[in-house]
Write a protein that binds this ligand. Structure first.
Ligand code: HEC
Ligand code: HEC
Ligand code: HEC
Ligand code: HEC
Ligand code: HEC
Length: 245
């Protein structure tokens, strides 16, 4: 008897849900398109945790074909060495030209792309780096390398690197396996085989709202960092105000 009642109750609630959903469809007050709140990726498919998310962007035209594969992959330079604002600020930051010159004053100065760095740094390349009281200083004629933005959220979205990085979310979970991007390829130049960096960085994640929400509902760091308050934190991270303020 008890069981039958429970089943009946369950059926009733199920039906109630269905009716509600049905009435929302085609109702102008509840537009389900183009911006519906259903996450595009289900938590169980592992896409986000593996950093393998779809929605790759087209490669942009960059002033210098900078290779993450050489610097972050082969040389193993830490992401935060170059993007050193990530832990303390909203932005991760892209390194200034003098930072490249720390190494490229001497490294690979015969390479045409490295010479482009020099051309941004001083009037007459190859350049020498001058030391100021607090380390290397850029000469007056130095001008920034104008990198095109690969990731760009709309202005009405609030996003901060700091909280994510400090909470233990890895760069690669959101940006993909960046250290594999820009690997050298063999190409023919004047009938000769040369190894060249042919591709620049692309965006691997969609950066859509569903992508954010999906991770906020399922990231393991929330249980680790908040313990029995985790559900409360997850609810907070779902709140519209968290990202639209
Ligand atoms: C030697 C310095 C250096 C290292 C190390 C480095 N990066 Fe970068 N990164 C750059 C430069 C320069 C750019 C701008 C050029 C470009 O977008 O290709 C960039 C661009 C990016 C962008 C895109 C920025 C935009 O416009 O949206 C992301 C994301 C990024 N890096 C993530 C990483 C991650 C993750 C790592 C570690 C696996 C890493 N970087 C290691 C120098 C570096
Ligand atoms: C910590 C040292 C270091 C820093 C900082 C650094 N690089 Fe490099 N970079 C290297 C080394 C080492 C190589 C050579 C790798 C090789 O040929 O095996 C290289 C290679 C290159 C090349 C040549 C790639 C090719 O075709 O062989 C370019 C272009 C380049 N870097 C651009 C940059 C830019 C732009 C920055 C600043 C955002 C930068 N690098 C910062 C160490 C550095
Ligand atoms: C939770 C996801 C997430 C994590 C973790 C994350 N990023 Fe980002 N990153 C983004 C988003 C989203 C943007 C675009 C921000 C915008 O347009 O306002 C971005 C932009 C960037 C940019 C472009 C410049 C800027 O500051 O806006 C760089 C460089 C970058 N990230 C590097 C990194 C590095 C390095 C790490 C690890 C230390 C990292 N990111 C961790 C999501 C993330
Ligand atoms: C890969 C997982 C992941 C993705 C993707 C992600 N986040 Fe988060 N986000 C987190 C985690 C985990 C926290 C909680 C960090 C903490 O409190 O320790 C968080 C916290 C936040 C916070 C709270 C900051 C605060 O000060 O309380 C904001 C805002 C935020 N995320 C915005 C976004 C936006 C916008 C996007 C999409 C563009 C996004 N996040 C994508 C994992 C993610
Ligand atoms: C975790 C962060 C996050 C939360 C929480 C969040 N949003 Fe968003 N929202 C985004 C991002 C990122 C975008 C921009 C990308 C996109 O359109 O998917 C966006 C875009 C939007 C847009 C513009 C849609 C369009 O297609 O132009 C609306 C409207 C919106 N959100 C409403 C809401 C409402 C209502 C809530 C609360 C139920 C909410 N958002 C909660 C991250 C968030």
């Amino acid at each position: 008897m008890r069981l039958a009642l429970a089943t009946l109750m369950a059926m009733l609630t199920l039906q109630a849900c269905e009716v509600e959903e049905a009435s929302r469809e085609g109702d102008a007050r509840f537009p389900l398109e183009p911006h519906y709140l259903i996450p595009q990726y289900t938590p169980a498919n592992g896409q986000i945790a593996a950093g393998v998310v779809t929605g790759k962007s087209e490669a942009l035209e960059q002033p210098i074909p900078f290779s993450h594969n050489i610097h972050a992959g082969t040389l193993g330079i830490n992401c935060e060495f170059c993007h050193n604002e990530a832990r303390n600020s909203i932005h991760a930051g892209v390194p200034p030209v003098q930072m490249c010159m720390n190494c490229h004053e001497y490294v690979k100065t015969e390479n045409e792309d490295v010479l482009k760095i020099h051309a941004h740094y001083c009037a007459e390349p190859p350049c020498k780096v001058a030391d100021g009281p607090f380390g290397p200083i850029a000469p007056e004629e130095a001008r920034p390398i104008e990198w095109q933005k690969v990731h760009d959220l709309p202005d009405y979205v609030y996003f901060s690197h700091k909280r994510h990085v400090r909470g233990g979310v890895q760069c690669t979970e959101c940006h993909g396996q960046v250290q594999l991007q820009g690997a050298k390829e063999t190409v023919f130049e004047d009938g000769e085989e040369v190894e060249k960096v042919m591709t620049v960085m692309v965006r691997e994640s969609t950066l859509q709202m569903g992508w954010c929400l999906n991770c906020h509902a399922s990231h393991p760091s929330i249980d680790e960092n908040y313990g029995d308050q985790a559900d409360l934190r997850r609810a907070e991270l779902k709140d519209c105000w968290t990202c639209h303020r």
